[in-house]
Write a protein that binds this ligand. Structure first.
Ligand SMILES: C[S@@+](CC[C@H](N)C(=O)[O-])C[C@H]1O[C@@H](n2cnc3c(N)ncnc32)[C@H](O)[C@@H]1O
Length: 319
C-alpha cells in the first residue's frame, strides 16, 4: 500500500488536456497516483513513461500491480513503462525507447509520503534514522557526510541558500563545534542540537519546527536537486511537441522560483535592450504560460492532506 495522496490531482492532470493515444512522461512516479489518472485518459493507444530515481518506489508498485488486473495488463503491454533514473536523463530515456516527441509531461517534485515515513532513509526529523537522505541510495553523498565533513562556510551556504534558514550561521557553527567532540550519525542528534541552539524568542513565533529548513536544505544538497531540475526543464521543453503541455508541482519557494523563472525566460519574445527601434535579436517565445498565478490547493484539500499546503502548480504550453 502506498500512503502517498496525490496533490492537486485533477488540476494537474486535467491541465494537460490529454486525449486517447497520447504519449506522456510522469517524471516523478512516486506512488503512481498521477500515472494511474493519466492512463485512464490516454488508453487505449497511449503510453506513459514513468520515471523515478528511487528504485523502491518502482518495485513496490510492481508488487502491488500483481494484485491488480488493469495495472498488470498495462505493464505487460508496455502501455506503462517504468524507468529507474534521474529525470535529468530525460532525453536519453526517450531516445533509448525511440520516442522523439511527447504530448505532455508532469513532474511532482520532492519526495513522497512513503519516503518520508520510512525512518531508515533519514528524510524526517521526526523519525530516528541514519543521516542519509538520498532518494537514489546507490549514488551520491549522504547528509551525514555533508554535516560531518563540509567546511563552516559551505554549511552556512547550504542552509542559507537552499533552506532559506535565517539562523544558518548559528546552526552551521554549532554543527562544526559539536562534531569536534562526536560526529553526527542520526536524524535525532541533528534535530536535538538545532532545538538546543535555536533562539527561544524566534521559536515562540514559528509555525514550523526549527529543524524543518535545515533538513530541507540538506535534502536538496544531497540530491543535487537544483542542478537536476535545471537540466530536466530544458530537456522537457525540447522534447515536447507543439501544443503539448508541461505541468510542474513544487513544494518550496526555491523550487517554485526556479520553475517560474525558467518559463518566464522561455515565454519571452524580443530581448533587445530597451530603446532599440527595431528587433535585432529575433528571439521568439517558445512557450505560453497557462497559469499566470500558480494554482494552489483548496482549504478542503489541505485539510484532507496537510502535505499539500505548500504545493504550487504551474502549467505551460509549447508554441
Ligand atoms: C511527490 S512524489 C510523486 C508522487 C506522485 N505524483 C504520486 O501521485 O504518487 C516525488 C517522487 O519524485 C521522485 N524524484 C525526486 N527527485 C527526482 C529526480 N531528480 N529524478 C527522478 N525522480 C525523482 C521521488 O523519488 C519521489 O518518488
Amino acid at each position: 500500500m502506498t500512503k502517498h495522496i496525490p496533490v492537486l490531482l485533477e488540476e494537474t492532470i486535467g491541465g494537460l488536456y490529454l486525449k486517447k493515444g497520447d504519449i506522456v512522461v510522469d517524471a516523478t512516479f512516486g506512488g503512481g497516483g498521477y500515472t494511474k489518472e493519466i492512463l485512464k485518459r490516454v488508453l487505449p493507444g497511449g503510453k506513459v513513461i514513468a520515471i523515478d530515481t528511487d528504485l523502491s518506489a518502482l518495485t513496490s508498485f510492481t508488487e502491488r500491480a500483481k494484485e491488480d488486473a488493469f495495472l498488470s495488463s498495462v505493464l505487460k503491454q508496455e502501455a506503462l513503462v517504468l524507468v529507474q533514473s534521474n529525470y535529468s536523463a530525460l532525453e536519453s530515456i526517450l531516445e533509448e525507447r525511440g520516442i522523439e516527441t511527447i504530448d505532455a509531461l508532469v513532474a511532482d517534485l520532492g519526495f513522497s509520503s512513503d519516503q518520508i515515513e520510512a525512518g531508515e532513509r533519514g528524510l524526517s526529523f521526526l523519525l530516528r534514522g541514519p543521516l542519509d537522505m538520498r532518494l537514489n541510495r546507490e549514488v551520491g553523498i549522504t547528509a551525514g557526510e555533508i554535516v560531518n565533513t563540509f567546511s563552516l562556510e559551505a554549511l552556512e551556504k547550504i542552509l542559507r541558500d537552499l533552506g532559506d534558514e535565517s539562523e544558518y550561521w548559528r546552526i552551521a557553527q554549532s554543527i562544526v563545534k559539536t562534531r569536534e567532540e562526536k560526529s553526527f550519525t542520526t536524524t535525532d542528534e541533528l534535530r536535538e542540537m538545532i532545538e538546543r541552539v535555536y533562539p527561544k524568542s524566534k521559536r515562540y513565533k514559528m509555525k514550523i519546527h526549527p529543524a524543518t529548513k535545515t533538513f530541507q536544505a540538506l535534502r536538496i544538497a544531497v540530491n543535487e536537486e537544483e542542478k537536476h531540475l535545471g537540466d530536466f526543464l530544458k530537456q522537457a521543453k525540447n522534447r515536447l511537441r507543439k501544443g503539448g503541455k508541461i505541468a510542474i508541482v513544487t513544494f518550496h519557494s526555491g523550487e517554485d522560483k526556479k520553475v517560474k523563472q525558467f518559463w518566464k525566460e522561455e515565454a519571452e519574445g524580443c530581448i533587445c535592450p530597451p530603446g532599440f527601434p527595431i528587433c535585432k535579436c529575433g528571439n521568439k517565445p517558445k512557450v505560453k504560460i497557462l497559469t499566470k498565478k500558480p494554482i494552489i490547493p483548496t482549504a478542503e484539500e489541505i485539510q484532507n492532506n496537510p502535505r499539500a499546503r505548500s504545493a504550487k502548480l504551474r502549467i505551460v504550453e509549447k508554441i
